[in-house]
Design a protein around this ligand. Structure first.
Ligand code: ATP
Ligand code: MG
Length: 373
């Protein structure tokens, strides 16, 4: 590392001082007593139709009314698991916007993912994770109700096309990209290093990073999330799941999963943020251009000539980025993408490095703002 050092000694500090909710499970003991408190709270809450963690149980009729009968005009997106609609529901402080995801995935896998997502989001609370408002499990239907993130997915912002019903927005500037990277890193750090046992997200990708009005990022889609290893275990063994292009090669080959698998996926998202290119883009004709990692590797080899990394820059940035901060972000990216998972940084390391990149970028942004167009 040339410009900044990774500080491994700060790891423990973050376990009890993260920006997450005060009820973040910080120890096994705290978790088990919280579990007991949750059970009695849950019994009272169920009578009021509220699940654990504040998530509300809705009927299909309520969600249908909220989305005008799942009307096409309310469709905001569609993924592999189903369609997502904008709706309006009576939540905490009054009627507010929500996103209603109607899962189409049948069978045991679909049920498992629905349950995992409900359980995870009921327990996990952090400003950079999407909040679960409630769920519906009426007669074989499975729906999830989330807070509504008005600016849609990072995917749509970076690669265009726009989410359904949303207008195309101008390309993200450098400062916004760094802040999105930092927020997403904080969300992952919470999962890996604050929650006990750690949670491995397993599906980090640009389409699962949603943006609020101020472009603050929130991680969504916890259906593939998995509890990480505890004690002396270094990994959990699982069926390989995730999205092509984002999956760590060691996990893809061995099925051995640990938090460093997420760090690799985070590196891929950083690379997408820098380059404006998709992790995998079948629309490109040359095979070495289709796979972002293949294309970017030579420019990420930063030994020797630093300037090599500027060839990675998204043309949509039009050269408007601070060189030093760009180089630092390229270094963080290459560390996250190391083949050996043990050599990848922790998310605390990454968050600190991105904090540094953000502070390096700020004076540049201020100067840009002060300049006439
Ligand atoms: N809470 C939300 N608020 C606003 N829009 C949302 C919300 N959740 C999802 N969306 C929209 O719906 C789209 C589809 O999301 P979904 O998670 O179903 O699929 P995906 O992430 O694109 O793909 P995959 O099936 O691989 O997860 C998102 O890109 C986003 O535009
Ligand atoms: Mg998704």
């Amino acid at each position: 590392m040339n410009c900044f050092s990774w500080n491994h000694s700060l790891r423990c500090w973050h376990r009890s001082n993260d920006g997450g909710s005060p009820c973040s499970p910080c120890s096994q003991a705290a978790q088990s007593s919280m579990g007991m408190r949750r059970r009695s709270e849950q019994q009272q809450a169920e009578a009021a139709g509220v699940g654990a963690g504040g998530a509300k149980k809705f009927t299909l009729a309520q969600l249908s009314a909220a989305t005008d009968g799942f009307h096409e005009s309310n469709l905001v997106g569609e993924g592999g698991f189903g369609r997502v609609y904008r709706g309006r529901l009576l939540v905490d402080q009054g009627v507010g916007p929500v996103a209603v995801k109607q899962l189409c995935h049948g069978g045991a896998q679909g049920t498992r993912e629905f349950l995992v997502e409900c359980m995870m989001l009921m327990m996990l609370h952090h400003p950079n994770l999407v909040s679960l408002v409630g769920y519906c499990a009426d007669a074989g239907e499975r729906l999830l109700v989330y807070e509504f993130l008005p600016r849609g997915s990072l995917d749509a912002h970076l690669f265009g096309g726009g989410d359904c019903g949303r207008r195309q927005e101008p390309p993200l500037g450098w400062g916004a990209r760094v802040r999105i990277a930092l927020g997403a890193a904080r969300g992952l750090r919470y999962l890996h290093e604050v929650v006990t046992p750690p949670v491995i997200y397993r599906d980090l990708k640009a389409s699962n990073i949603l943006l609020d009005d101020d472009l603050n990022p929130k991680l969504s889609d916890f259906g593939l999330a998995k509890l990480g290893p505890i004690g002396d275990d270094t990994h959990v063994s699982t069926r390989v799941m995730g999205t092509y292009g984002y999956c760590a090669p060691d996990y893809a080959m061995s099925g051995k999963l640990n938090v460093k698998s997420d760090v690799y996926s985070f590196g891929v998202v950083l690379l997408e943020l820098i380059t404006g290119r998709r992790a995998f883009d079948a629309a490109r004709s040359a095979p070495e251009e289709q796979r972002l990692l293949l294309w970017a590797r030579p420019y990420l080899n930063l030994a020797g000539d630093r300037r090599r990394c500027f060839a990675l820059a998204d043309p949509a940035l039009q050269g408007r980025y601070p060189r030093r901060a760009f180089y630092q972000l390229a270094v963080v990216t290459s560390l996250c993408l190391r083949d050996n998972p043990n050599l990848r940084p922790s998310m605390t390391d990454v968050t600190q490095a991105l904090d540094h990149v953000a502070s390096q970028s700020q004076p540049w942004e201020d100067k840009q703002r002060a300049m006439p167009d």
